[in-house]
Design a protein around this ligand. Sequence first.
Ligand code: FAD
Length: 283
Amino acid sequence: MRLREIYSKLENCPKVSFEVFPPKETTDYSTLITELENLKKFNPSFISLTYGAGGKNNNSPELIKLISQNGFSVMPHFTCICSTKEFVFDHIRSLENSGIENILALRGDVPDDKSLCCNDFKFANELVNFIKSNSNLSVGVAGYPEGHIEAKDLKTDILNLKKKIDAGAECIFTQLFFDNNRFFSYLEQVRHSGIDVPVVAGIMPILSKNQINRMTKLANITIPKELNEKIEKYQHNPKDLQKFGIEFGIKQCSELVQSQVSGLHFFTLNKSESSYKILENIL
Ligand code: FAD
């Protein structure tokens, strides 16, 4: 089902999706598939599969096919900063030929070694435009409730977000956030800018202090003071921290569901347990 249909279908419960990354340095995907199987009962709209995140870890046609064969719809991510138009053309053609309907179109982080960048795509709106002109894929894009780290301010970032929607993107998937008020305020500003596509909330279950610190520093995400104190308190006891993370996730997601959020997109880090326990309590 295409993104537009997924998020326009009227249902009592929110649409749920799970993000995973291709396991590094292995072609044994059995652990990942088992984790995904655990989440099947929540009837995910799709599994999204990262591309090139943290280096060269691209999603492969084999992994996309395997996840599909296990009964899931797949939304592969794609980053364009280091790609030529020819490569993107072939890539999207091959995705369509394998039955993929949706793609998350990203610029990707600018690599330290700038010589790796191609000049064919500078920003994600150019990629969205190219995909819409050359395929029938339904396109999602990234949004940043606290502003993208390179953006001058949130207002400018939302103006740039609008360029992606004007180029044909049908849905926005947000960066993770821990303060719902920031998401609500973002949503208001996004709507005010004239963007009317669904905005799906990015949720990252808390698993470890290091992981949260790394992510939040990289992307400039606020950890509310009270949350930070709890993370500090449980930092040396992974089980307690995970349990607390689940309780926090239940509260965060319940409030989002009450606000009639379009969807919840879980950054699972390839682990199902916390997402499972959060969803079990709110659906
Ligand atoms: P853009 O939308 O191009 O924005 C990048 C910056 O440029 C912003 O500051 C924006 O304000 C500005 N800008 C945008 N358009 C213009 C324009 N036309 N003119 C001037 N300025 C402009 N990374 C990966 O490597 N792999 C993944 O699989 C991945 N998945 C992600 C999934 C989600 C849900 C999210 C939120 C992020 C993901 N990322 C991933 C991270 C993403 O690649 C980085 O945040 C990257 O730095 C920006 O990508 P973008 O598509 O948002 O870029």
